[in-house]
Design a binder for this molecule. Structure first.
Ligand SMILES: [Ca+2]
Ligand SMILES: [Ca+2]
Ligand SMILES: [Ca+2]
Length: 299
C-alpha cells in the first residue's frame, strides 16, 4: 500500500514538471522583460544620482579646503597666476606680484620663492590654481605619477621642494584623477564621473566682485578682475537672472564640474549681450555641478 502511494506521488510531480507549455514560457519571459524595463531605468537613475552626489561631496570638501587655506593665509587662492622665468624679478606683473604677496608677504621674487622653473614661464589658469594652492608644489615620482606636497613654511621660499616642514596639502587629491590638458606639467583635477576628462574649474573674485562695467554699460563691457587669462575666464563666470547682471557668489569663488558632457557652457544667464548669448551653451551646462547650486544646475 505504502509503495503504491509513493509511486503515484512521483508520477504526479513528474507530470507537473513537464507541464510548462511554450505559451506559459513566453508569458514568463514577457513578464520578466517588462519588469526589467521598469527596474533598469530606476537603477540607472539611482546610479546617476549617486555619481552626482559624489561630485557634490567632492566640491564641499574643496570648499572646506579653501576655508582651511584661508585660515592659514587670510585670503582665498587666486584663480589665475603668471609665474615668469627664475631670476628676473622685474618680469613679475604687478597684479600677479600682489596676488602672491597677499599670501606670502616675504616672498622672494628673485628666486621665484624657490620654484625651479628655470627659463620656463608658467601660466596657471583657474583649474591649475585650484590644484596648486590647495595641493602645493607638484612633484613627479620616478614612474611619472604626479603628486602635490604642500608649501614650505619658509616665508621667503614657500615653493621650494626640499625639506619636510610644510603647510598643506589642504585637500586630499586622488593622484589618479590629475590631468594636464595644456601639457605644462601644472596639474588640473577631474571629478569622479565615469570617463570625465575636463577638470574642475575654479574662478575667484579675489574678494571683490567678478564684474565691472565700463562707460557704455553693456554686458560685453563687464570684465573679471585680475590677470591675463581673464577675458577667457569671463565667459565661464556664472550669472544670476538679474538685471544688472550679478554673479553667483559675487564676492567669493565658483567651483564648476563640467558634468557628463565635459563642457562648462558659457556660464550663467545672459540677457542683453550679443556676443555671449548662446542658447546652445545654456543647454550644455544644465548637467554642471557647482558650489553655488547645491548639486546639478538643472537635475
Ligand atoms: Ca597652464
Ligand atoms: Ca596644466
Ligand atoms: Ca556640462
Amino acid at each position: 500500500m505504502r509503495r503504491r502511494i509513493s509511486t503515484n506521488s512521483v508520477s504526479v510531480r513528474e507530470s507537473a514538471r513537464g507541464g510548462f507549455s511554450l505559451i506559459e514560457l513566453l508569458v514568463a519571459i514577457v513578464i520578466i522583460a517588462i519588469l526589467m524595463a521598469l527596474i533598469l531605468p530606476a537603477i540607472a537613475g539611482a546610479r546617476s544620482r549617486a555619481q552626482v552626489a559624489q561630485v557634490t561631496s567632492d566640491i564641499t570638501q574643496l570648499d572646506n579646503a579653501i576655508a582651511k587655506f584661508k585660515s592659514v593665509y587670510n585670503v582665498e587662492p587666486p584663480s589665475s597666476l603668471y609665474i615668469p622665468p627664475v631670476g628676473d624679478a622685474s618680469k613679475w606683473p604687478a597684479a600677479d606680484r600682489s596676488k602672491v604677496r597677499a599670501i606670502w608677504p616675504q616672498f622672494n621674487f628673485d628666486t621665484n620663492g624657490g620654484l625651479a622653473n628655470g627659463t620656463k614661464d608658467l601660466h596657471l589658469n583657474g583649474a591649475e590654481c585650484l590644484v596648486f594652492f590647495l595641493g602645493g608644489v607638484e612633484q613627479f615620482s620616478s614612474d611619472g605619477t604626479p603628486m602635490v606636497i604642500g608649501f614650505s613654511k619658509d616665508p621667503r621660499s614657500p615653493w621650494q621642494t626640499a625639506g619636510t616642514n610644510r603647510e598643506g596639502p589642504f585637500f586630499e587629491f586622488a593622484n589618479e584623477r590629475f590631468t594636464d590638458l595644456d601639457g605644462d606639467k601644472l596639474l588640473e583635477y577631474i571629478d569622479a564621473l565615469p570617463g570625465q576628462t575636463t577638470p574642475y574649474l575654479y574662478l575667484s573674485s579675489q574678494g571683490r566682485n567678478y564684474l565691472r562695467k565700463n562707460d557704455t554699460g553693456k554686458l560685453d563691457d563687464y570684465d573679471v578682475f585680475g590677470g591675463a587669462n581673464n577675458d577667457k575666464d569671463l565667459k565661464f563666470v556664472y550669472l544670476k537672472t538679474s538685471e544688472p547682471p550679478q554673479a553667483h557668489r559675487a564676492n567669493g569663488y565658483q567651483i564648476i564640474s563640467p558634468g557628463r558632457d565635459g563642457l562648462y557652457g558659457a556660464g550663467g544667464v545672459f540677457k542683453d549681450s550679443e556676443t555671449l548669448k548662446n542658447d546652445a551653451n545654456r543647454q550644455a551646462e544644465v548637467d554642471n555641478i557647482t558650489n553655488f547650486s547645491g548639486g546639478q544646475l538643472a537635475p
